[in-house]
Ligand binder design. Structure first.
Ligand code: ADP
Length: 233
């Protein structure tokens, strides 16, 4: 069985909008996969199913042998500990320092302060932000804030990180730097990366697997793919 499997997944929101229709996808451990498609095509919905922010209506979502679609609400926290999430708008807490933002998700784990500190320092080191630990998010550039978000996502060494337009608010130079950090994490920590993006330059430069979604359906899936603009014929 692949590390991630979507089997005939359907997702319709309560207002009747069909976001995904019969999506099947397999992703192996350690893969780096771009999910592309125009706005509203279902990329974020696919991501949200992986960390159970949303639930399928039909079909199955398996992550690391766990049937996410059948997981009880009371067990969702266990999944979230194994999946790091990186957002376009960072979602950092403005009144907490960089250190506190990264340590925050660990605080419910019952770890000692010493262990938390070790984990936070390892994560900031990896994203190259060691000298900014005492800063507040408002004192950082967009690229630096995104690095904090990545450090927070990897602090518990998840097997999977799910990224939703992580470079959407960054200029091309910062975007490349962020992608280098994520690629290094993928290679060195063997973390599987799934990234929804519109960033044509990045997709074309990285030569990774590219899955294109159009109106909730997977319309292409290419190894070492390029950005494609899918046309409805
Ligand atoms: P993308 O990430 O590709 O822009 P989304 O997954 O966000 O696409 O959205 C897919 C479709 O589902 C769109 O038509 C969107 O309007 C709809 N949608 C997304 N989230 C919700 C929601 N919470 N409630 C109702 N409709 C939603």
């Amino acid at each position: 069985m692949a590390f991630i499997e979507l089997n005939h997944v359907f997702k319709t929101y309560s207002n009747g909008v069909s976001a995904l229709a019969d999506v099947s996808l397999q992703i192996n451990k350690g893969e780096f996969v771009f999910i592309i498609g125009e706005s509203g095509s279902g990329k974020s919905t696919l991501n949200k199913l992986l960390y159970r922010e949303e639930k399928v209506n039909k079909g199955n979502v398996m992550v690391g042998g766990v049937n996410v679609s059948k997981l009880r609400n009371s067990n969702v926290y266990k999944l979230r500990r194994k999946v790091g999430v990186v957002f376009q708008d960072f979602k950092l807490l403005p009144k907490l320092t960089v250190y506190e933002n990264i340590a925050y998700p660990l605080e419910t784990y019952g770890l000692s302060d010493t262990v938390i500190r070790e984990k936070v320092l390892e994560a900031v080191e990896r994203v190259g932000l060691k000298d900014k630990l005492r800063c507040y998010p408002g004192q950082l550039s967009g690229g630096e804030q995104q690095r904090v978000c990545i450090a927070r996502a990897i602090v518990n060494k998840p097997k999977l990180i799910v990224c939703d337009e992580p470079t959407g608010d960054l200029d091309p130079k910062m975007s490349r730097e962020i992608m280098d950090v994520i690629e290094e994490i993928n290679k060195e920590m063997e973390t599987t990366v799934i990234m929804a993006t519109h960033d044509k330059e990045i997709v074309n430069r990285m030569k990774k697997r590219v899955v294109c979604i159009h109106q909730g359906v997977v319309v292409s899936d290419q190894e070492k793919g390029k950005y494609i603009e899918y046309e409805n014929n």
